[in-house]
Design a binder for this molecule. Structure first.
Ligand code: COS
Length: 380
């Protein structure tokens, strides 16, 4: 059974306090105006929250995914946009920690782990989403450099990141032709196209990244040529745990607001939580949140124990993100007319929760990963 230790509780409380202090004041206005503030991410880094999972010698806290998910849940309770920012700036860190050379780690990891620089992950393209192995961006070795050409879509932190992990094709078609590169944000030939106008996560910038003859040192290749698909997939396995944790945070925030409201709100001289239709709805929300949190913690625990965790990460991602949208939708229902307005945050939770079923692999892709695993497990 998973139980929070005293250290976990201290970390959870510190993350909750920092998130409220740093993000609280402009939350509503920034959601409305679609404003991202890099200084907020830097401040979260100063509070130790951007590199929880990175090694201490590279500026992180040297903790595991168990602790990482605890802090992400707390940040997401305040702002899903910035929880996603922390998770996305964490992706290059986990990639560098796993696949980077000592020189690559030295060059890029400490600034990311301390929140001084911002990271991004560029896999998707206009015609390559779920079918990630069909990506068309190319990288051609040219002397001491690789020359990158192509367009990446839906890039969180596009235009504000200091480092992009870019997946590009160095070989033939399919997954084995893909390589992963460290592309600094100030690389010549890098430009940014349209910024997406989104339903939710409106304080998180989602931008098109264009590479036109972008030259990067050959030393910025991660692993060997052809390793890129595995680099991306293993990063996404970890990323799915973080999206699960963020989704639990959104759902918990939605339950906190709606259960408190239902306890105070009276109709027919009765607190509406005492009407079974509402009380049982809240009970179901609480059940699903507990189950989701346990699954996310199990995936994090297996990862921390260096055991296989791809399948449970996919399951936890599905469970937690499906829970998140359902709980947030029910929270709007409990608040009724108030819930549908911007006076209360539950409509934002609902808008933010929706995308969690899509990012880091749609829930249909997660079910594909799980069903392929079942097929292998039950094959004779
Ligand atoms: N970790 C490490 N390696 C992995 C892996 C993982 N989780 N998943 C697959 N691989 C490896 C496989 O072992 C295989 O290697 P070999 O050829 O050496 O055996 C290779 O990668 C290709 O795997 P597979 O055949 O499963 O690739 P598919 O093209 O069928 O794609 C899916 C598999 C659909 C699961 C993958 O494309 C995917 O996750 N798509 C969603 C992408 C995504 O999440 N995008 C979000 C972007 S960030 S918001």
């Amino acid at each position: 059974m998973f139980e929070l230790t005293e250290d976990h509780i201290a970390l959870k409380d510190a993350a909750a306090e920092a998130a409220k202090a740093i993000l609280g004041a402009t939350l509503k206005a920034d959601d409305e105006a679609e404003v991202f503030r890099a200084e907020y991410l830097h401040a979260l880094g100063e509070a130790g929250l951007c590199g929880v999972q990175s090694p201490e010698e590279y500026g992180g806290l040297g903790l595991g995914y168990t602790e990482y998910t605890i802090i992400l849940e707390e940040i997401a309770k305040v702002s899903a946009s910035y929880a996603v920012s922390v998770a996305v700036t964490g992706l290059p860190q986990v990639i560098l920690s796993t696949f980077g050379t000592a020189a690559q780690k030295e060059a890029f990891l400490p600034a990311l782990a301390m929140g001084e620089s911002i990271g991004a992950f560029a896999l998707s393209e206009p015609d390559s989403g779920s079918d990630a192995a069909s990506l068309r961006t190319t990288a051609v070795l040219d002397g001491e450099h690789y020359r990158l050409n192509g367009t990446k879509f839906w890039i969180t932190h596009g235009g504000v990141a200091d480092l992009y992990i870019v997946m590009a094709r160095t070989g033939g078609p399919g997954p084995s032709g893909v390589s992963a590169f460290l592309v600094p944000g100030d690389t010549e030939g890098l430009s940014f196209g349209k910024k997406e106008e989104k339903m939710g996560l409106r304080a998180s910038p989602t931008v098109e990244l264009v590479l036109r003859d972008a030259l990067i040192p050959a030393a910025n290749l991660l692993g060997q040529e052809g390793d890129g698909f595995k680099v991306a997939m293993s990063a996404l396995d970890s990323g799915r745990i973080t999206i699960g944790a963020i989704s639990v945070g959104i759902a918990q925030a939605a339950l906190d607001v709606s259960a408190a409201y239902a306890t105070k709100r009276k109709q027919f001289n009765t607190a509406i939580i005492d009407f079974q239709g509402v009380g049982f709805m809240l009970a179901d929300m609480a059940i699903k949140i507990e189950a989701s949190r346990l699954m996310v913690q199990k995936a994090a625990g297996l990862r921390d124990a260096s055991k296989p965790y791809s399948q449970i990460a996919a399951m936890a991602k599905c469970m937690a993100t499906d829970t998140s949208i359902q709980v947030a939708t029910d929270a709007v229902q409990v608040l009724g007319g108030y819930g549908y307005t911007r006076e209360y945050p539950v409509e934002r939770y609902m808008r933010d929760a929706k995308v969690m079923q899509i990012v880091e692999g749609t829930n249909q892709v997660q079910r594909l990963v799980i069903s392929r695993y079942l097929k292998r497990l039950y094959a004779d």
